[in-house]
Design a protein around this ligand. Structure first.
Ligand code: T3D
Length: 263
């Protein structure tokens, strides 16, 4: 598939997706969603891909849904936003959360609306110091979507999540970092080398274990401690049967660097 709204490349086990509508701050269109679905299909199928990096082209990361086709009241009245969520955003967020590979997000500029929540759905989020996060939905009479009502309170607590959602204030990358919303903020010029280095590092790690970690953390949000302990037992059984577990222990005992195959 030829992509018009994203760039997609694979190098040294890292799949990089760049949202690529810089003139419109990489806001989402149906076309972009279709291309993202196709790219994630490739990522899921290709065993040589062991980590994913998502970023944006130009000065923005992603300004959420492209609103330009909604100029007329008729167009707005005709659409069912729930259908749009089912067709596009919910599929995207479910795909990222359930992908058995780590997903790093490099937020290179403003992340607004569903753009902010796309970032928050990723496993490790890095941002440029000039980047910002805006739950812009309330400014146009909507509620946070793309998983925002789930990720935000878990990351920053209800008090901050509610205020962000109800006020739609812009917060800086530093503030997002201080609140535990993202992993780290970097000077603008070092964001991409840092993010690429992290994605490359993850692509050399025990992929199965990373997938199981993700599964355990996803489940922890609704499990009791007892259920989670049982899950840890079951997942550790699986991890203990991977080649990478044997490699990791052998490398440690023989005082050599581990060479994980991802198997
Ligand atoms: O609708 C559904 O299907 C349901 C799903 C909803 C999910 C959502 O994401 S709803 C939230 C949608 N997003 C927004 O409301 C954010 C709108 N954008 C902004 O508030 C501002 O653009 C920013 C705060 C993000 C950045 O401001 P600034 O001053 O840095 O840039 P700008 O000048 O506003 O934008 C630059 C260009 O991008 C401009 O185009 P132009 O005039 O140069 O041709 C602007 O119109 C365009 N742009 C920015 N955001 C969007 C957009 N075009 C279409 N849709 C956008 N969301």
């Amino acid at each position: 598939m030829d992509y018009q709204s994203i760039l997609f490349s694979v190098d040294e086990g890292v799949a990089t997706i760049t949202l690529n509508r810089p003139d419109k701050l990489n806001s989402f269109t149906d076309e972009m969603h279709g291309e993202l679905r196709d790219a994630f299909k490739t990522i899921a199928k290709d065993e040589t891909i062991r980590s994913v990096l998502i970023t944006g082209a130009g000065r923005g990361f992603c300004a959420g849904q492209d609103l330009s086709h909604l100029a007329s009241e008729e167009a707005r009245a005709e659409q069912d936003l729930g259908e749009t969520l089912d067709k596009n955003y919910n599929r995207l967020i479910r795909t990222i959360r359930s992908l058995p590979k780590p997903v790093v997000c490099a937020v290179n500029g403003v992340a607004a609306g569903a753009g902010a929540n796309l970032a928050l759905a990723c496993d490790i989020v890095l941002a440029a110091r000039s980047a910002s996060f805006i739950q812009a939905f309330c400014k146009i009479g909507l509620i946070p979507d793309a998983g925002g009502t789930w990720t935000l309170p878990r990351l920053v607590g209800s008090a901050r999540a509610l205020a962000l959602a109800m006020l739609g204030d812009k917060i800086s990358a530093e503030q997002a970092h201080d609140w535990g919303m993202i992993w780290k903020a970097f000077d603008d010029e070092t964001l991409m080398p840092e993010a690429q280095g992290m994605a490359l590092h993850l692509a050399t790690q025990p992929t199965q274990a990373l997938a199981l970690i993700k599964r355990a953390f996803n489940a922890s949000t609704s499990n009791t401690l007892d259920q989670q302990l049982d899950l840890e037992r079951d997942l550790q059984t699986i991890a203990g049967r991977t080649s990478d577990y044997h490699e990791g222990v052998d490398a440690f005992l023989n005082k050599r660097p581990a060479e994980f195959s991802g198997k």
